[in-house]
Structure formats: C-alpha cells, structure tokens
Design a protein around this ligand. Sequence first.
Ligand code: AMP
Length: 214
Amino acid sequence: MNIILLGPPGSGKGTQAKNITSEYGYVQLSTGDMLRKEYCSDSKIGLELKALMDGGNLVSDEIVIGIVEERIFQNGITTGFMLDGFPRNKAQAKKLDAMLAGKNEHINMVIRLLVDDEVVVRRIAGRRFHLKSGRSYHVEFNPPEISGKDDLTGDYLVQRADDNEEVVQSRLDIYREQTEPLVKYYEEKNVLVSIDGIGTPDEIFARIKTALEQ
Ligand code: AMP
C-alpha cells in the first residue's frame, strides 16, 4: 500500500502516520520532518529553508520533489510508504504520479483528515516537538512524562517557529488555496477516503484502521 495523509496543519497527520507505521510497517515519509533536519544545519540551503518555513511559506517544488524522489526511489522502499505533508499542490501530485508510474506503482489510498480551523489553531498552540525524531506532544492532550522533555531521550522539547497564531493563519490560507484542490484530484482517481479528525488520537486511529482494512 502506498498512502497519502492529507489535511491542514494540526490535523494530526504526523501522529496518525506514526500509528500507521507501528501497526502496518509502512515507511513514513514526512517532507516537513526531512526539511526540518536540513534546516537545522547551518548550510546556505538550511538558512533559506529556515526563512521560508518559519514564515509558513511552502518550499519550492524542485527541492521537495528532489527529496521525495531520493527517499522513495533511491532507498528502494519495498513495504509501501506513507506520505505526510506531500504532495501539497497539484504540480507535486502530478510529479508524484509520474514518478510512481515509472516504477509500476501508484497511490492506493489518500486519507483525508477533516478538522475545523478552530480546533487546528488550539492543537497547534500546544504542540511541542522533539526535533531529531519528529516525535510530537501536546501540553494538554498528550503531555510528555516529564514536562518539556522527550520521553525517550530526555532532550528538551521545542515549539516550532511556525506554530504561532499569526503564521498558522497563513499556513491555513495556503492549505486552502494550494493543497485542498487535491481533494478533487484524488476523488476523481477514486482513492480518497475522508475521516473525521476530531476526537482522541486513538479514536481517530480506529477510524483509519477501519478504512485501511476494508
Ligand atoms: P509540516 O511539518 O508538514 O507542517 O511542514 C512544515 C513546513 O515545511 C511547511 O510549512 C513548508 O514550509 C515545508 N514543507 C513541507 N512539506 C512541503 C511540501 N510538500 N511542499 C512545500 N513545502 C513543504
């Protein structure tokens, strides 16, 4: 199975991607996580990424497609993959289709998480991350065992620079304009499944499992 998780920032894509990975073994490919690793380096490209991402803007298709291509095709993933945060516009979706067609593969399912903007803003404000692993927490809904620290490594957690209210609004606008048209794109390919993204992470995962096992 090759799966895409689609939904606005804060809809729970990262959390559910981790659940799906541990239950089914698909490899999670989060373009946001991959770009954040790059952005932590002090290279020229790292600084360019930082400026774009901290402001909530999309990184160029060329860079993102290059990263995805390298991860999916050069690392020879054979168990199926799950994309989280990619594609984010039609050009990326078309390029992905072309890359997959060249390998006799295709997207089997697009899981769309439905969440209201109000919920997204509340979820994002309390999010904390362990940058190296991409593990995420929420101060209210999913707190770490020790406040402010990652459960596995004890490293300090951080709040993403693009998780403040002003930037979140612009990320939501970009999502509506550029990413939401993919709903129709994948509906027409008969691979779209919409899931209610409101509830506890376990409740939402149970809905996803039902969709995956049908
Ligand atoms: P995310 O962790 O998915 O919320 O992504 C964080 C940031 O990384 C986004 O706001 C963009 O700046 C960048 N990014 C992640 N995925 C993509 C993509 N597919 N296309 C362009 N920019 C992306």
